[in-house]
Design a protein around this ligand. Structure first.
Ligand code: HEC
Length: 95
């Protein structure tokens, strides 16, 4: 948690707000690499795979592996956070 907040403050100084800057990166990565065959429809399915935060992160990791994108943990985290804000609303684990 501490690490997150320190990063958050740093981002806050640069961009003005934490949440926007964080979801901004996730959004950029997602819209660049993932929406090609992902319409929002997929995430609104009745039978979700990403039923909690851990599984959501696992799905994002699986998909970036599929696409040979070689994302860092932070990239995966940013996209998972973006999707979580956009749609899933899972409880985030304490760090
Ligand atoms: C080749 C097309 C394709 C690309 C590219 C793709 N996806 Fe997917 N994705 C799918 C399909 C089809 C499913 C549903 C079937 C499945 O889970 O295999 C899915 C399922 C998912 C799910 C689970 C949905 C749910 O609510 O259970 C997540 C999360 C996801 N993708 C994230 C991503 C991310 C992040 C990227 C970019 C790195 C990405 N996908 C790129 C086709 C794609």
């Amino acid at each position: 948690m501490t690490r997150h907040w320190r990063k958050c403050l740093w981002v806050l100084a640069l961009y003005g707000t934490c949440a926007t800057a964080q979801s901004g990166r996730g959004e950029l990565l997602y819209t660049t690499y993932c929406v090609t065959c992902h319409t929002e429809q997929l995430h609104w399915r009745e039978k979700q795979v990403a039923t909690n935060w851990t599984r959501l992160v696992a799905e994002v990791r699986r998909w970036q592996t599929n696409g040979n994108l070689d994302w860092s943990r932070d990239d995966i985290d940013a996209v998972a956070r973006y999707l979580n804000i956009l749609h899933y609303h899972h409880q985030l684990p304490e760090k």
